[in-house]
Design a protein around this ligand. Structure first.
Ligand code: 26W
Length: 811
């Protein structure tokens, strides 16, 4: 991109403002100033965007399409400026106009089109693909309402719709000329022409899919890729839909509403599958429009359909876009006229699949009737895929009827999306070593036996550009001053920092930066939650979706235990701690919502008790989202990664925290294991059951929560506190939590791991007293975090799955 200096920037900005708003800059509101800046940056990016697309068309490089129902981008202005390489110029130029860049950046609404880990991973991957010069694009849904906004009222979560487009969205470009039609319902007429059957879809409901494109800017490399999000609209009257003629006005309105509902709202569940027709509609809607537009583009630029798999890779983010498999088959067979064998080979070679969870309640299985009525042609194709695949199974496992029934794509009245995804793609990966091992040895072992070469691991990563350079400028500066800026392009070079950790001056600097970040966070906590916290206390943080397996309850129980200890012994010698929580519960998940209420009630009690509130404070921060995470993570001392071992596929906030110099308290779950392997046992605090122990209990039983309760007076006391009115005047308020732990035998081993968890926290307390040792540990974590950059992950996907060339232009 052409370099820009302060003077030129100022001039362009002032002009842009005038042109957009028709008033002088000094008369404008901050919102108007933000809009002008966003628009200027977009114009600036657009030229490179065009150039990148031209280059892709000319070179015919393999294009990667990352299909995901969720993209949790957060804000874009700061990161775009950073990646273009003009954030400093922009900050200085604006300062001369008496405008604070940070204030304008904070006005941007988060683009919250995702639930959590899976959606944020997709956003980090887009950033890394662009930054590594990989022609990689996102494909998803432009939800009118993103992930709900969380309000906390009387300690309880209340959901408010996220009308993120209210003030417009400067980043997106509507491309009505690239719209596609997606067909729902109706019937399939089969005709025979010259010995070949053709399948004609009649009486269907047509939906217009309009793409909105957002530029994805690579880091200082003149690459701008595309995130294409589809919006559902009624097909206009000009469109000839004779097979769908509805004269009636009311029916027309009904049709319009039903169509628009498709891209209306993001489903707020991230661990529980419900067979909702609208979700199936959403899935086919974006997958069909995405694949149609890929093929249209491919053919327009002279591509030979038989070579599609050499020029296009389609990645499906969990099973949500699995309909890409039958949809691609439909186009290759029905529209391109290929024989089944060719179509199948191309489809399998083109598509690859990532699994993100082993929770069985999250597996998508659609009722056959719903599937068939909504997608009649796609269902026929899935039946045929299943028929051929079962034939293969019969020859591999003769006589093993049960096994074959379990492995089939269609069975028990359902279409099993994970099975279809495995069968129809050439690669199946897990997201951390342990997770992949569990898939291979346990959850998907029959499939692994059948297709050993499809299975592979790609440990998750995070973009260090957003999660270090942008969110922690002070630490970034220290790193640049100490080891140079090479780590920005090669994050693995962060390792060089380790040799400086014997330098007392560096350790003091680390401590100073952390304190400054904590002061900033303390200010935000006060502004948002009206709670005063002490930046000199340990900031102990658990931020993530609220879920039983993530065990926020275990964190609560140890605070309740500590509170009891402090009341019993006011002189108890502990390092003061501030316990910070944030996270959303799925609206229908009672236990998770109840956990939020428990946290808030503990906070209320503890924070208002003068006997303890010099030593401990509890904060629940409302409305966790990407932009809030960017504030919390740099100001964290202790990162709580305490899921029941085997349940957290990977985790990614664990990586963000270590990169920002927090010490991790963790179970040996997901990527925590790999973090431990990187930093060594001395620089992380591990506790709890290991995977074999957990799996063994699940398989053979032998754990009694009641026994643990009876043998441990601490546990007895705090569990009783849950139901004796101490934390709520209504004694039944937290009964569900109590019963889950005791009556239903504590599915997630909270009580079993409790003692080990307390010991881990005692260790944290004593480590924190040795200031230099502590800072050294934080430094080791930073030094070893480079491997968890999503640049490493994406390079592994590109070379190991997609077959794309990875060119380091700046080597
Ligand atoms: C059908 C409802 C539904 C929706 C989303 C079920 C499951 C999901 C996702 C797979 C849940 C998710 O976000 N999983 C998380 O993915 C991250 C990225 O790989 C991992 O780091 C987390 O461990 C995993 O929980």
């Amino acid at each position: 991109m052409t370099a820009i200096d302060k003077k030129l920037f100022k001039k362009l900005y002032v002009n842009k403002f005038l042109e957009m708003h028709g008033i002088e800059l000094k008369e404008g509101s901050n919102q108007q100033k933000y809009e002008a800046l966003g628009s200027l940056v977009r114009d600036y990016v657009t030229r490179t965007w065009l150039k990148t697309n031209k280059k892709y068309n000319k070179t015919g490089e393999k294009q990667v399409y990352y299909f995901s129902m969720e993209f949790l981008l957060g804000r874009l202005l700061g990161d775009s400026l950073l990646n273009i390489g003009i954030r400093d110029v922009c900050r200085e130029a604006l300062a001369e106009l008496n405008i604070s860049l940070e204030e304008l950046e904070n006005l941007e609404q988060d683009q919250g089109l995702g639930n959590g880990g899976l959606g944020r991973l997709a956003a980090c991957f887009l950033d890394s693909m662009a930054s590594l010069n990989i022609p990689g694009h996102g494909c998803g849904i432009r939800y009118k309402y993103g992930f709900f906004e969380q309000k906390v009222i009387d300690g309880k979560q209340v959901e408010v719709s996220d009308n993120w487009l209210r003030q417009g969205n400067v980043w997106e470009k509507r491309n009505a000329n690239k719209a596609e039609i997606v067909k729902f319902g109706g019937n399939i007429k089969v005709e025979e022409n010259n010995g070949r059957l053709s399948f004609i879809h009649v009486n269907y409901e047509p939906v217009l899919a309009v793409p909105y494109d957002t530029p994805v800017v690579g880091y200082e490399n003149d690459v701008v890729n595309t995130l294409r999000l589809w919006s559902a609209e009624a097909v206009s009257n000009e469109f000839d839909f004779s097979s769908f003629s509805r004269g009636d006005f009311l029916q027309a309105i009904e049709y319009k509403n039903s169509v628009e509902s498709i891209s209306q709202v993001l489903y707020p569940e991230d661990s529980f599958y419900e067979g909702k027709m609208l979700r199936l509609k959403q899935q086919y809607f974006f997958v069909s429009s995405g694949i149609q537009s890929i093929i249209r583009h491919f053919k327009k630029h002279g591509g030979n359909i038989l070579e599609l798999d050499e020029k296009v890779a389609i990645h499906i983010n969990d099973t949500h876009p699995t309909l890409a498999i039958p949809e691609l088959m439909r186009i290759l067979l029905d529209e391109e006229g290929l024989p089944w064998e060719d179509a199948w080979r191309i489809t399998e070679n083109t598509i690859s699949y990532t699994n993100h969870t082993i929770l069985s309640e999250a597996l998508e299985k659609w009722p056959i009737d719903m599937f068939k009525n909504l997608l009649p042609r796609i269902f026929m194709l899935v039946e045929e895929i299943n028929r051929r695949y079962c034939e293969e199974l019969w020859s591999k496992f003769p006589g093993q009827q049960n096994k074959i029934a379990n492995m089939a794509i269609i069975g028990d009245g359902q279409v099993k999306m994970a099975h279809l995804a495995i069968v129809g793609s050439h690669s199946v990966n897990g997201v951390a070593k342990l997770h992949t091992e569990i898939l291979k040895k346990k959850e998907m072992s029959d499939f692994y036996y059948l297709y050993p070469n499809k299975f592979n691991n790609k440990t998750n990563g995070i973009t260090h550009r957003r999660w270090l350079l942008k969110s922690n400028p002070k630490l970034t500066k220290l790193l640049c001053d100490t080891i140079g800026d090479g780590f920005i392009k090669h994050p693995i070079d962060l390792q060089k920092f380790e040799s400086h950790l014997d330098d007392k001056g560096i350790l003091d600097e680390l401590a100073k930066i952390k304190l400054q970040n904590k002061q900033k966070l303390a200010k935000t906590i006060f502004e948002n939650e009206k709670i005063i916290v002490d930046p000199n206390s340990i900031f102990d943080v658990q931020v993530k979706r609220i879920h039983a397996y993530k065990r926020q309850t275990m964190n609560c129980l140890r605070i309740m235990d500590l509170y009891n200890k402090l009341i019993d012994n006011p002189n108890l010698d502990i390092s003061p701690r501030t316990f910070i929580f944030a996270g959303k519960a799925a609206p229908g998940y009672y236990l998770a919502k109840n956990t939020i209420e428990l946290i808030n009630n503990i906070a209320n009690k503890v924070n208002n008790d003068p006997r303890v509130n010099e030593k401990i404070k509890v904060v629940f921060m409302e409305n966790y989202r990407v932009s809030l995470a960017e504030e919390i993570i740099p100001g964290t001392d202790v990162s709580e990664q305490i899921s029941t071992t085997t349940k957290e596929a990977s985790g990614t906030s664990n990586m963000k925290f270590m990169m920002n110099g927090a010490l991790t308290v963790a179970t040996l779950d997901g990527a925590n294991i790999e973090i431990r392997d990187e930093v060594g046992n001395d620089n992380i605090v591990i506790f709890g059951l290991n995977a074999d122990e957990v799996l063994n209990y699940y398989k053979n039983g032998g754990y009694s929560a009641l026994e643990t309760y009876n043998n441990d007076p601490r546990i007895k006391n705090i569990l009783n506190d849950l139901i004796n009115g101490k934390y709520h005047s209504d004694r039944d308020r937290f009964k569900t939590i109590y019963e889950n732990l005791l009556t239903y035998n504590d599915e997630f081993f909270v009580l079993k791991d409790f003692d080990s968890y307390l010991k881990a926290q005692d260790k944290v307390d004593s480590l924190y007293r040795e200031k230099d040792t502590w800072q050294r540990m934080c430094g080791v974590n930073i030094s070893h975090s480079g491997i968890f950059s999503s640049d490493r992950t994406i390079e592994q996907y590109a070379t190991g799955i997609w077959g794309s060339e990875v060119i380091y232009k700046n080597l």
